[in-house]
Design a protein around this ligand. Structure first.
Ligand SMILES: [Zn+2]
Length: 307
């Protein structure tokens, strides 16, 4: 910890941070600096997270079984559903639980939806699957569901499904997910052979800011409670425009590639990772971001003792 770091802590608080938790059947630490947790080690890790005054997590599942439809994603006894129940049983409401809604970690294609005969993602067929996944998370006790597939109409489809089943209080975090190479470390962790998959037909390109803003407006009209922009790096201009355009909470995800770049540069002695991270996170808060999803949340909270 450096004195410089301490003096820069004030704009960033632990309440601004969401910790991603990747749950799998075995605990793994890999070359990408991402940790996969087994259910066995989960309670210990969450006690440490709470001790750092971090109280919000987003869960990503890495199942053992995969099939063509990704059916483990909506299995009521699936890895995320079991994890959510375990957290609720052990921590009651002390931790806000957000759960990522997608099928790409669960199917055989690595795509974020159901494929048609031409191997393109079929938007409408995918909506029902996404709403079933979201319902299974809500039934397990999740506070918020986070559809990340970028399918048109996914927020409305999930909102209707939750409302029809008595989960009006379950919130929806919608993603504005831009096509980027910065997801590679997560993909290498979750599904090695798909790390270079082309998702450009449903993720948004960087050059079309009008399309990005229109999609966010649609998500809000459909019932999104919070909008998350990812990646964060390279999108601060958009984040600022979105903050001025909408009246809801804004999150930014400091994605796996951004986190990995900092770690790699730090290991090479090229940068001070804490100074850069704190400065960069402060720029996101200045731009109007309310919460930051980051794999570095625990390290930042521990090193700077921010509250
Ligand atoms: Zn996906």
């Amino acid at each position: 910890m450096t004195s410089q770091g301490i003096s820069r802590k004030s704009i960033l608080k632990t309440s601004n941070l969401i910790t991603p938790i990747i749950v799998g059947t075995n605990s793994v630490s890999n070359n990408n600096d991402l940790q996969v947790m087994s259910e066995k080690n989960l309670v210990d890790r969450l006690e440490k997270i709470l001790a750092l005054h971090l109280d919000k997590i987003i869960i990503f599942g890495m199942p053992k079984l995969h099939d063509s439809s990704g059916s483990q994603a909506w299995n009521k006894k699936g890895i995320v559903q079991n994890t959510v129940r375990t957290i609720r049983e052990n921590f009651d409401k002390k931790i806000q639980i957000i759960a990522d809604v997608c099928v790409c970690q669960y199917n055989l294609s690595g795509h974020c939806g159901i494929l048609n005969q031409n191997n393109y993602v079929d938007n409408d067929k995918t909506l029902e699957r996404m709403s079933n996944i979201a319902l299974s998370y809500a039934e397990s006790g999740a506070d918020m569901v986070a559809p990340s597939s970028m399918m048109d109409g996914v927020v409305l489809s999930i909102r209707n499904k939750l409302d029809d089943n008595g989960f009006r209080d379950t919130k929806i975090m919608s993603f504005s997910k831009h096509f980027s190479c910065l997801y590679s470390p997560f993909r290498l962790t979750a599904f090695k052979k798909f790390s270079k998959i082309d998702k450009s037909t449903y993720q948004i390109g960087n050059s079309n800011s009008r399309e990005i803003l229109r999609k966010i407006e649609m998500d809000l009209l459909e019932g999104a409670d919070i909008i998350t922009i990812k990646p964060s790096l390279g999108n601060l201009d958009l984040i600022r425009r979105i903050v001025e355009m909408v009246n809801c909470k804004i999150a930014a995800q400091h994605v796996s590639g951004e986190y990995a770049m900092i770690k790699a540069a730090s290991r090479c002695g090229l940068i001070d990772e804490y100074e850069w991270t704190i400065g960069y996170f402060a720029s996101m808060i200045r731009a109007g971001v309310n919460v930051i999803i980051s794999y570095g949340a625990e390290e930042i909270a521990a090193s700077f003792r921010i509250h």
